[in-house]
Design a protein around this ligand. Structure first.
Ligand code: SF4
Length: 461
């Protein structure tokens, strides 16, 4: 068990007043070392607690006193203090198996840990879930969770996960739903494997067995040029259309049986099928934006200046855990990079928004009509190749290739979703790019704000 190390102390916080310093290793809270940030948060939620730390080999006992529920004021270097639970599946469609060699180590971690599902919205197959885990989830109210369904047919699911426990592990999904835990599901649809009749069976199986699921996202298989599984291939446009048709047909059935749509095809499917996205209202508060469900419509609405507020669901912890004072996501899920390189927007400078090929198809209709020198450049993902076209997987190398051919003297904007801790997936940093860029949060409101100086009065509030 690695001791959590303090990486930041908020000035004036209870931890600061108690004398905790960055670099201290937390040995115990009231005599015990929590297993993870969830336990830490629960245990630290008391007015007075004893904190034992290791400072350069010296064990110190500190007394922390909080007033009126103020946060402890510590940030530690990991969310899990024991080991991350890795998956025991060997899915043919696993994207981690399709990564090139030489990327940072954490990208190769195949986690299947319900705690990361709760903390960061990572999907778990539940093949390593246990009775003790269920008890903890229920006792500590770890909701919502995110579960990979893929297929409700036990044989198909076991085949897809290449794990015989895949045939039975959805019993935990049933148990979680019985216990009132909010669960969102996903189906990674692989052409020829779990589309067509199998997908129809899954949508029917969800209605029969797991109707309390909060949502079910159907997302297309991503295939990089490093894929070694011969029969894993991208969808043909007709196959994508068939998935959209099937999901929409089942939305009608769910609506009449359950009063809600429940299942959604991701935005990528609508782009592949060249069909308009459903109305924003059709998505409700589905917490599957990271799966690209309803993201385009939410982006459009926010770009148009609509305050989405509570309309759109968020993935990740809720309630007491919504604000985790000590849970950096590095290694588990990419945190959004701070906008470390920010140019002062010049009112009349031309602006170019660089994004992935899918993102460009969403942005172009919003930006092209603006009465200003603003354009959108689609950056082809040559690093991953295949059908990888989402902005979040853009690399520094691909951006450099495109930026090098673009003129100097313009503003260049890139989405923060392709950066983690200030680095692109290929390890490059913003400083390595041939042009200075501004990093903009990948949401419509932020892009609107970033473009407003150039596009007044069309975008200025
Ligand atoms: S469960 Fe996830 S991480 Fe594990 S092999 Fe399958 S796709 Fe990869």
């Amino acid at each position: 068990m690695a001791l959590p190390r303090v990486v930041a102390v908020t000035p004036g916080s209870p931890a600061d007043r108690a004398g905790v310093l960055p670099g201290d290793e937390i040995v115990a809270l009231d005599g015990q070392l929590p297993r993870d940030i969830i336990e830490y948060q629960l245990w630290a939620d008391q007015e007075s607690l004893g904190l034992e730390v290791n400072r350069a080999g010296l064990e110190l006992s500190l007394q922390v006193d909080r007033e009126g529920g103020e946060p402890l004021g510590l940030e530690v270097d990991a969310a899990l203090f024991d080991q991350v639970r890795t998956c025991d599946n060997h899915c043919e469609f696993c994207f981690i198996h399709q990564l090139p060699k030489g990327l940072r180590k954490t990208l190769y971690v195949r986690d299947d840990d319900y705690r990361l599902s709760f903390l960061y919205g990572n999907f778990t197959t539940l093949t390593r879930f246990t009775e003790a885990d269920l008890e903890r989830v229920v006792t500590e109210g770890l909701s919502p969770l995110f579960v990979s369904v893929h297929a409700t047919d036990p044989d198909v699911r076991a085949r897809m996960l290449r794990n015989r426990r895949g045939a039975t592990s959805l019993r935990w999904l049933r148990a979680l739903l019985d216990a009132g835990i909010e669960v969102h599901g996903q189906v990674v649809v692989c052409p020829g494997l779990n589309d067509g009749e199998v997908l129809e069976g899954t949508l029917a199986g969800v209605l029969e067995e797991y109707a309390e699921l909060a949502s079910l996202a159907c997302v297309p298989l991503g295939v990089s040029r490093y894929n070694k599984e011969g029969h894993m291939r991208p969808h043909a446009p007709g196959e994508a259309t068939a998935v959209v048709d099937l999901v929409e047909e089942w939305q009608g059935i769910y609506l009449s049986c359950l009063g809600r749509r429940l299942a959604y095809a991701s935005d990528e499917y609508y782009l592949l099928a060249r069909r308009p996205f459903p109305a924003l209202e059709d998505y409700g508060a589905v917490a599957q934006h990271d799966n690209g469900v309803g993201m385009a419509r939410a982006f459009e609405a926010a770009f148009a200046g609509r305050d989405l507020g509570e309309e759109q669901g968020e993935r990740g912890p809720s309630g007491f855990f919504r604000s985790l004072e000590a849970a950096p996501a590095i290694g588990y899920r990419a945190p959004r990079a701070p906008a470390t390189v920010t140019l002062v927007p010049r009112k009349r400078a031309g602006t170019t928004v660089l994004t992935g090929e899918y993102g460009a198809r969403v942005l172009s209709p919003l930006i092209t009509p603006l009465p200003a020198d603003i354009d959108v450049v689609a950056v082809r993902n040559e690093f991953f190749g295949g059908n990888i076209a989402v902005a979040g997987l853009l690399t520094g190398g691909d951006l450099s290739r495109v930026l090098a051919d673009l003129p100097s003297g313009r503003r260049y904007l890139v989405p923060d979703s392709c950066l983690s801790g200030g680095r692109f997936l290929d390890g490059m940093s913003l400083a390595d790019l041939p042009r200075a860029v501004e990093v903009v949060p990948a949401d419509g409101a932020s892009l609107r704000r970033a473009l407003a100086p150039a596009a007044e009065p069309a975008l200025a509030r």
